[in-house]
Write a protein that binds this ligand. Structure first.
Ligand code: THU
Length: 175
């Protein structure tokens, strides 16, 4: 219960409480100090940036998906002169994984970016649409997907599940 002022000497009582989200993740100071399997996947994401088509933003994003069977599937952002049509790297990689190995569960996705404008010195964060798509893949396979975020250099963040990056997620239970 909270007393809220609504004008001169007037107030009303409103039933509301303040809620807080907390997110927990691992932060490594650099790729080099991570366990080897992370380094390998991040390396694949970095290689994927070379396939990026980003003549408009000069922001090249790479994603590498690790499947349960050990296969790695890469994706990169593909821009278009009609800007809104462009694909993000994460969704390109997810589509490739769904097409090439639709029944194989996804263990992890590493995401990285490099830019011709400014060096990316902090972990590249997936956009909202990509978060929702990674969440859909978690639900499809009934398995959490580890999300590894890195820039050109500097810190690397590891989230156990995309849910940690997508509070109040929208899923089929609403439908
Ligand atoms: N981009 C991605 O590939 N993934 C994201 O999660 C964020 C943004 C791309 C889209 C566009 O080609 C460029 O980065 C600049 O927004």
């Amino acid at each position: 219960m909270k007393e809220v002022g609504i004008g001169k000497n007037k107030s009303i009582r409103i039933n509301m409480t303040q809620q807080t989200y907390t997110t927990s993740y691992m932060a490594y100071t650099s790729v080099q100090e991570m366990p080897e399997h992370y380094q390998t996947l991040i390396e694949q994401a970095k290689i994927a940036t070379n396939d990026s088509h980003a003549p408009y933003s000069n922001f090249k994003v790479g994603a590498a998906i690790l499947l349960n069977n050990g296969t790695v599937i890469k994706g990169s952002n593909q821009e278009n002169a009609s800007y809104p049509i462009g694909f993000c790297a994460e969704r390109t990689a997810l589509s490739a994984a769904a097409s090439l190995a639709s029944y194989e569960k996804i263990k992890a996705i590493a995401i990285t970016a490099k830019s011709a404008n400014n060096p990316v010195l902090k972990p590249a964060a997936p956009c909202g649409i990509c978060r929702q798509c990674i969440f859909e893949a978690e639900n499809k396979h009934h398995q959490d997907i580890e999300v590894i975020l890195t820039g050109e250099s500097g810190e690397v963040f590891v989230f156990k599940s995309i849910k940690d990056l997508l509070p109040l997620h929208f899923d089929a239970n609403f439908l």
